[in-house]
Design a protein around this ligand. Sequence first.
Ligand SMILES: C[S@@+](CC[C@H](N)C(=O)[O-])C[C@H]1O[C@@H](n2cnc3c(N)ncnc32)[C@H](O)[C@@H]1O
Length: 276
Amino acid sequence: MTSSQPLDMTLSRVFGEVAETYHAARPGYPDALIAEVLSYASLTGPAGLPAVEVGAGTGKATLPFAALGTPMLCLEPDPRMADVLRRNAAAFPDVRVEVASFEDWRPDGTRFGLLLAATSWHWTDPATRWPRVHDALAPGGAVALFWNPMSVVDPALHAALAEVDRRHGLTLSPHAGLVSSYGDTPGHWPGMLGHWPDEECRRDGRFTDLRSLRIPERARYDTDRYLGHLSSISLYRALPDDLRDHVLADTAAVLDAHGGGIDIEHLHDLFLARRA
Ligand SMILES: C[S@@+](CC[C@H](N)C(=O)[O-])C[C@H]1O[C@@H](n2cnc3c(N)ncnc32)[C@H](O)[C@@H]1O
């Protein structure tokens, strides 16, 4: 993945400001991805151990794993996100929610069969995260890190949205990329933040069987949902309220002039590794 701008870590706790909108508007993860993770985790992994999820948010990834019977401990540092998660996961007695960052969490000797992070790994501390993963997993336990960036299908709409972003000085919005500008390698997201985990994981040296997988998925967002999605993104949360309102109104006008929504392609990119 190209890393063109350092991540502002002070924005790691803004999602709870709009927790309900986040859950309603953000995309989830396809069944095929969940199945890949579970199949990989049970290949040689320690059967019967629970999963730990880092940065579970409102449960967009938790719920499909829980629905397939995965016992889970969900770590979420923002109590407002954790409240929504608890409510969403109320039907699953094997899902526990702990209000903690990955850095503050103490596993207290418990070992897990799977550690997963959905669109949250980039908010954890690069200096300590791999030793923490290693210590949390039983030997043979799996790591699954995934993201779902999007790209725009229609070049004319892409150009019109780019003009709005330019006018307001926004870079790296979710619609900054056109479908055709993405390569087909997982983690290659032009201009996006962070680093694909492959290199860091290799450097740690205690993980094996590294794999990367991409599952593309087309979707249509109507204007309201897309605005909700944007307002849950850290880039937009960081804007002063009046500027954010302005940007969203201009974006809505463009979407409405292009059929009342946006066709996008999600790139569900999955990284897998196993504690040796
Ligand atoms: C973009 S959201 C992803 C939420 C959810 N996993 C999803 O896929 O929708 C990032 C989440 O990571 C959480 N987070 C931020 N820093 C974290 C950290 N250091 N450790 C664990 N979670 C963190 C945020 O509170 C937020 O809920």
